[in-house]
Structure formats: C-alpha cells, structure tokens
Design a protein around this ligand. Structure first.
Ligand SMILES: Nc1ncnc2c1ncn2[C@@H]1O[C@H](COP(=O)(O)OP(=O)(O)O)[C@@H](O)[C@H]1O
Ligand SMILES: [Mg+2]
Length: 257
C-alpha cells in the first residue's frame, strides 16, 4: 500500500505541555482520511506536523515517503509545493479579486501573464462548480459557501498531490456544509487527490471519509472506517458520537458515492 502521509509515534510538546502523545497513522494514496475530535484535541497541530511547519518532539513524520527530519530546507520546501491547504477560516486575501486569490501562487512565483493566470483560475473555479461570473468579485461579495469553494480552488491551483482541509464546514449552515462535503468527495473521485480532512463535524466525517481517526487530548481513541468507528464500544466514543448516532447510522445507505 502506498501511503501519502505516515506518522510514527509522534509526540509534540510545547512549553512543557504534551499536545500530541504518540500519534501513529497512515493516509493511503487516493483516499479521504479524516481527523475528528473536539476543540483543542490536537487536530490542527497534526496538520502542522504533516506539512513540516512543526517538528515532532519525538517520532517520525513521512510525507510522500520521505522522512521529514532527513530533509534540507530546500527539499522540504519542494515537498510542500505538492500540498494544497485549505485554512480553517478560508483565509482569502480580502483586497484581492477572486481570480487573484486563486492564481496567487502564479502571480507571486511565476512570470505568467495575468491573462494566462485568469485562465488557470477559471479552470480551478470550474472544478469547484463556480464559473467566470465570480472571477472579478471581491471576497466580501461572496457567501460563506462560495468563499470556501474559492479557498478550495486556490488550494487546487498548483495541482497538488495532497489536499488538507482544516474544518471545511465550520461556520457554514447545515445545507451549505453538505454541499461542501459533496464537493470534497467529488474532487477526490474526479482527480484522485488524497485528502486529509480535519473536522469536528461528525456528519461530514462519516459521510465522506474512507478512514477516520478520533482523537482526544492528543491521543488517538479509535481508528477505522466510519462504520467501524460508529460501532466501536467505548464510552467516550459513544458519548462523542452521542445523539448523532441514530442519524449517522441511518445515513449509511446514503453515502454520497
Ligand atoms: N502555538 C501553540 N503554542 C502553545 N500551545 C498550542 C499552540 N498551538 C496549539 N496549542 C495547544 O495545543 C492544543 C491543541 O490545539 P489544536 O491542534 O489547535 O486543536 P484543534 O485543532 O483540535 O482545535 C490546544 O490545547 C492548544 O491550546
Ligand atoms: Mg483546529
């Protein structure tokens, strides 16, 4: 099995506090892998380790088969270019138009002409089911759901091999959240891109993921397919899933794909 991300017994300590305590998992190529857990459980911290922004206090992180601790800064930088990151708040540049946001990498790092970058931006916007009518809009003119789409289009702009979504449905109403879920799934199925999704939205995690880990206070409580996690017999897991369980079990046959 080909793994895009692999964590081996990763610990992270900051200012004497253990934020992550022995995290191990593999993200298989082409799959959607979700990290679920409550606020402050360590989800975003895991993504910082995956992209090499943080170094583990203990343990190893492998990205595209490379041991991050063995890389030079330049090597790490080129691996990072293969990752698209959708930030927790969407984080569009407010003073830039939609096409400039989506084409930001090309504006900053290449000599491509604006016309060409607009073309690339449009192609990526089409991937997230938007069209040319949004190219010249400012972020403030977009709805929450559209902002997320634009953020996803921007993450896809460099044709990454891995996309990391940090809380893609946070701050969205339930209907828009399901639309974004579908989009995450559709992009994965259409392009084969591997996805790591960080979320506390259980409906989202259970309806789109191939595999899920549930973390609490920096530790993995359970890992498995959505069905395995739903049926895992542990008071914490059952409590975490809580009232959602009936709804989630009912959704089994309704998986989007
Ligand atoms: N830069 C930091 N310095 C100190 N503590 C941090 C830092 N980033 C995160 N933490 C702490 O680590 C824990 C996990 O945070 P985080 O990974 O952001 O959680 P989540 O994304 O699951 O909400 C929290 O207790 C948080 O306060
Ligand atoms: Mg977070």
């Amino acid at each position: 099995m080909d793994f895009v991300v692999r964590l081996e017994n990763v610990c992270k300590e900051i200012e004497g506090r253990q934020i992550l305590k022995g995290i191990s998992f593999n993200v298989p190529k082409g799959k959607i892998f979700s990290i679920i857990g409550g606020s402050g459980s360590g989800k975003t911290s895991i993504t910082k380790l995956i992209v090499g922004l943080w170094k583990p206090t203990k343990g190893k992180v492998y990205l595209f088969g490379e041991d991050l601790s063995a890389l030079t800064f330049g090597e790490l930088d080129s691996l990072r270019k293969r990752i698209g990151y959708v930030f927790q708040e969407g984080a569009l540049f407010d003073s830039l138009k939609v096409w400039e946001n989506v084409g930001f990498y090309y504006l900053e790092h290449t000599n491509k002409k604006p016309k060409e970058i607009r073309e690339i931006a449009l192609e990526k916007l089409r991937l997230v089911n938007l069209d040319e009518s949004v190219l010249d809009l400012m972020p403030s003119e977009l709805s929450g759901g559209m902002k997320k789409r634009v953020a996803i289009a921007r993450a896809m702009a460099t044709e990454p091999d891995l996309i990391i979504y940090d809380e893609p449905t946070s701050g969205l109403d339930p209907i828009t959240s399901r639309v974004i879920d579908r989009l995450v799934l559709e992009l994965n199925r259409k392009t084969g891109i591997t996805a790591v999704v960080v979320t506390h939205d259980m409906i989202s995690a259970f309806s789109i993921s191939d595999r899920v880990i549930l973390i609490r206070k920096g530790e993995i409580v359970v890992e498995g397919t959505p069905e395995e996690v739903l049926n895992y017999e542990s008071p914490f897991v059952q409590e975490f899933i809580g009232e959602m369980k009936d709804c989630l079990t009912g959704m089994k046959g309704l998986r989007y794909d």
